[in-house]
Design a protein around this ligand. Structure first.
Ligand SMILES: [Zn+2]
Length: 259
């Protein structure tokens, strides 16, 4: 009896640590996706290499979080500085894995929400760095959201939208942004929102359902506007006409609404 209690206590103590380590490994893979997808490169081959010296990194220089700290943010081979993005993405997913587990419990909803959050993080960082959102995330992501709404009852995954709600969510999300983008262009003669944003909100709508879309739009517009106004106050080269990435705020809105 006492033995089983000790085993259970140890398991309880180690579970968040294991989830943190698993999350950091997922983050390491997302970093590969963030670096390679906008360049149209394979995310599987070749193995991780330094972008500066093009040399394959030894395994010990690829340990999530630790290698970045121990190597002081530099390539072990050529000494070039490595972007803090690598560390921040790994830290973010390392925190998200236990957070999703304890919020949604073990099972299908945990896997669904964590996968969704990873797709959002990848899209947000790529848009922030390059100004594009690869279709390879949003288009299959929309399909995954719709498929999940169909199979969720059979897999006993709670809190997923019904198939009609997921379809309506995708149409509403994509439709609202498409109408906004066309309206903005008609009035100002400039492009304000990209097609990538439209497809990303369609994907988010497929996961959130139609009734989740208004709240997500509210939070993303609010946080995006605050960010834009803050940049205008702090930087002279930013004005009302400066294009700013919107995907990070769509993703933040989705995470706030669905957490
Ligand atoms: Zn190097």
């Amino acid at each position: 009896m006492a033995g089983s209690l000790v085993t259970e206590a140890l398991e309880q103590a180690w579970r968040p640590v294991l989830l943190f380590v698993l999350g950091s490994c997922i983050g390491s893979f997302l970093n590969v996706c963030i670096t390679r997808l906008p360049r149209g490169e394979s995310i599987l081959f070749p193995a991780s290499r330094c972008r500066a010296c093009k040399t394959q990194l030894p395994g010990w220089a690829n340990v999530p979080l630790l290698s970045y700290i121990l190597l002081r943010a530099r390539c072990v081979l050529c000494g070039v500085r490595i972007s803090p993005r690598y560390f921040l993405v790994e830290l973010c997913t390392a925190a998200m894995a236990p957070a999703c587990y304890y919020r949604f419990g073990p099972g299908g909803l945990f896997l669904a929400r964590l996968s969704f959050a990873c797709a959002l993080l990848t899209a947000a960082v790529i848009d922030f760095e390059t100004g594009i959102i690869p279709d390879v995330i949003s288009v299959p992501g929309t399909g995954a959201g719709l498929a999940l709404s169909c199979i969720a009852p059979a897999l006993a995954i709670p809190d997923m939208p019904s198939p009609p709600s997921a379809v309506l969510g995708a149409c509403l999300g994509g439709g609202v942004l498409l109408a906004t983008a066309r309206g903005y262009r008609a009035i100002t003669g400039r492009d304000g929102l990209g097609r990538g944003d439209v497809k990303l909100l369609a994907m988010i709508g497929a996961f959130a359902g139609w009734d989740g879309v208004p709240g997500i739009l509210f939070w993303s517009a609010l946080t995006g506007t605050c960010w834009g106004l803050g940049l205008m106050l702090l930087r002279k080269d930013v004005s009302l006409t400066t294009p700013l990435p919107f995907a990070p705020f769509l993703c933040l809105g989705a995470l706030l609404r669905m957490s």
